[in-house]
Design a protein around this ligand. Structure first.
Ligand SMILES: [Zn+2]
Length: 255
């Protein structure tokens, strides 16, 4: 029901950013964090990273952006092929936040070709990488700026296959597409003190640990991962995503 009746949580977003700043956290986009991690400059710092995975409802980015502008902070946004919105992506980019690609080519390829086990997918990895490169360059051409980072999306098929989308990423693929990093690289995940992730009402956060709880524990490096669907009810997007999930599930499982 929260897909349809969840009230807008934007005040809560404002509140945790304010709390982080009051507690002397630097809020950085992933690209800046990556530079610090690479040059081993994280020691003794208090940092919060906020990653917005735009799985649906791209217009909600404008509300998040407004709060970020109010506090003069920059964060990171990752868009799927189905949530690309050129105007919004350009606004994120022009403001100086990270704007990247939330890719899912393994899941898409497996669904389209009804591949039901990991080995079948692994055998097609070259083709899947080609598909990624094609999608990536089409996206860059559309939006008109260079995309420097990517983040893996999770689909029900990834769970069935027990194979994450980021398995397709290797150094060669990053270099070929001139991508600086993937958000699940060790420079990120091995440095987080905690990963705070939103989830459905009534818990709102996984393990019920909110960004403010993490700040109060004075954890040095807090990664916050959030998705529009958990921040406001959008009937159009949530219905679309729910139907897509059911149709894809039936097609995949009954084939
Ligand atoms: Zn996602």
């Amino acid at each position: 029901m929260s897909d349809y009746f969840l009230k807008n949580r934007i005040k809560e977003y404002d509140e945790f950013i304010k709390t982080a700043l009051e507690n002397n956290y630097s809020i950085l986009p992933h690209s800046e964090f990556y530079k610090l991690a690479k040059t081993k400059q994280l020691e003794g710092k208090k940092i919060m990273l906020i990653r917005h995975d735009i799985d649906s409802d791209p217009h909600y980015c404008m509300q998040w952006l407004k709060v970020e502008k109010k506090y003069g902070i920059r964060t990171s946004y990752y868009f799927r092929l189905c949530t690309i919105n050129i105007e919004i992506m350009q606004k994120v980019h022009d403001y100086g936040s990270d704007c990247g690609y939330h890719y899912e080519e393994i899941a898409d390829f497996a669904k389209k070709n009804i591949l039901k086990n990991r080995i079948e997918v692994e055998q097609q990895m070259d083709k899947i990488r080609e598909l990624f490169t094609q999608n990536f360059s089409d996206l860059e051409n559309k939006i008109g700026f260079k995309i420097k980072s990517i983040a893996s999306h999770g689909d029900f098929v990834n769970k069935v296959l027990n194979l994450n989308n980021y398995v397709l990423v290797n150094t060669d693929l990053l270099q070929k597409n001139k991508i600086d990093f993937e958000c699940y690289q060790s420079e990120f995940v091995s440095n987080y003190s905690i990963n705070v992730s939103d989830c459905v009402y009534p818990d709102l956060y996984k393990q019920r640990i909110s960004p403010i709880d993490a700040i109060q524990k004075e954890l040095p490096i807090i990664h916050v991962l959030i998705h529009p669907r958990h921040w406001r009810a959008n009937w159009y997007w949530n219905t679309l995503e729910n139907i897509k999930r059911i149709v894809e599930g039936i097609r995949y499982k009954s084939a």
